[in-house]
Every structure is written in C-alpha cells, then in structure tokens.
Design a protein around this ligand. Structure first.
Ligand SMILES: CC[C@@H](C(=O)O)C(=O)SCCNC(=O)CCNC(=O)[C@H](O)C(C)(C)COP(=O)(O)OP(=O)(O)OC[C@H]1O[C@@H](n2cnc3c(N)ncnc32)[C@H](O)[C@@H]1OP(=O)(O)O
Ligand SMILES: [Co+2]
Length: 140
C-alpha cells in the first residue's frame, strides 16, 4: 500500500460552536462547512477547509460516543485522529491486518460518504489513524 493524501485531522471538542468561533477569530478560518450529525458514528461533525486539507471538528452525540472517554481525559478537547485516503478500502484493511495492526471494526460510511475504518493508536505510534476511501471526482 502507498501512503495516500492526508484528508483531514480530527479534533475532538466539547462544543463545535465554540471551536468554530475560535478557528474564525484566532486562526482566520474562512470556509466553515455546515455541521451535521452522524448518529452511526456517534458524533456531530463540522469541517473547516484549509488550503491543502481539512480540520474535522467532532463533538459527542450522547454518552456512548467513541470520543466520550477522550473528552473525559481531555476536557478542553484536542487532536484526536489523522485521516489518510486510500483507493480501495478492503485492500487497505487487509494490508493493515497483514502488518499486525488492529483494525477497529468493519468499514462503515464516514463523513465524506465513503467507507472508513480506524486503526488502533497503540499499533500506530500512539496516533489514532482513520483510513478512508477516496471520494469519486465531484463527490464530497
Ligand atoms: C465523523 C465520522 C468519522 C469520519 O468520517 O471522519 C470520524 O472521524 S468519527 C471519529 C470518532 N470515532 C472513533 O474514534 C472510532 C474509533 N475509536 C475507537 O474505537 C476508540 O475510541 C479507541 C481508539 C479504541 C479508544 O477506546 P476508548 O474505549 O474510547 O478509550 P480508552 O481510554 O480505553 O483507550 C485505549 C487506549 O488508547 C488511547 N487512546 C484513546 N483514544 C486515543 C486517541 N484519539 N489518540 C491516541 N491515543 C488514544 C487511550 O489513551 C488508552 O491508552 P492507555 O491510557 O495508555 O491505556
Ligand atoms: Co475523521
């Protein structure tokens, strides 16, 4: 497998509204996409565009959210995951498994409408890593 494009950096936050205000006021963010709920992933999401990538703000949707524990440990929020693109999700899953890295569950549809999976941070140098299938041209 070849390392693909960095699609986004996930940032967990207790409040997307407050984080957006911060990115606008302090970082000069101009393109802030509309926030939306992704109940299947247990998060509310808001993308902020940068010239070469995106910041993905994620806020928990309920107590069972996969980011609930992270926010308990980091109440201000913080950098949560990095996301790289791959051409084909099942081939990528097989690749990580062949390297002995723990893939967390089956691929499911992520915030860009293509399948994603996560690789355990303990097998990735402490970095929770999201792998997503590259959207088709003209897609998300
Ligand atoms: C919006 C949809 C989608 C997209 O399309 O972009 C998203 O990005 S959704 C993002 C949220 N979803 C996920 O994170 C799903 C995958 N995550 C998980 O399965 C779990 O959160 C986890 C990574 C397995 C952690 O398990 P959890 O039970 O929540 O926490 P623990 O405290 O037990 O963690 C075990 C161990 O791992 C360390 N850890 C946890 N989170 C991270 C992190 N984000 N970065 C680095 N390390 C992390 C944690 O500190 C524990 O370590 P020890 O304390 O040393 O045991
Ligand atoms: Co993500």
């Amino acid at each position: 497998m070849k390392l693909g494009r960095l699609n986004h950096i996930g940032v967990a936050t207790p409040s997307i509204a407050e984080s957006v205000a911060h990115y606008r006021a302090v970082m000069g963010a101009e393109v802030v996409r509309e926030a939306f709920d992704l109940p299947a992933q247990g998060v509310k999401v808001c993308f902020i565009d940068t010239p070469n990538s995106q910041i993905e703000l994620i806020e928990p949707l309920g107590a069972d959210s996969p980011i609930a524990k992270f926010l308990e440990k980091n109440p201000l929020g913080g950098q949560h995951h990095v996301c790289f693109e791959v051409p084909e999700i099942h081939a990528a899953k097989a690749w990580f498994e062949s390297k002995g890295a723990r893939v967390l569950g089956a691929p499911r549809i992520g915030a860009h409408g293509t399948p994603v999976f996560f690789v355990h941070p303990k097998d990735m140098g402490g970095v929770l890593t999201e792998i997503m299938e590259t959207p088709a041209p003209g897609g998300h």
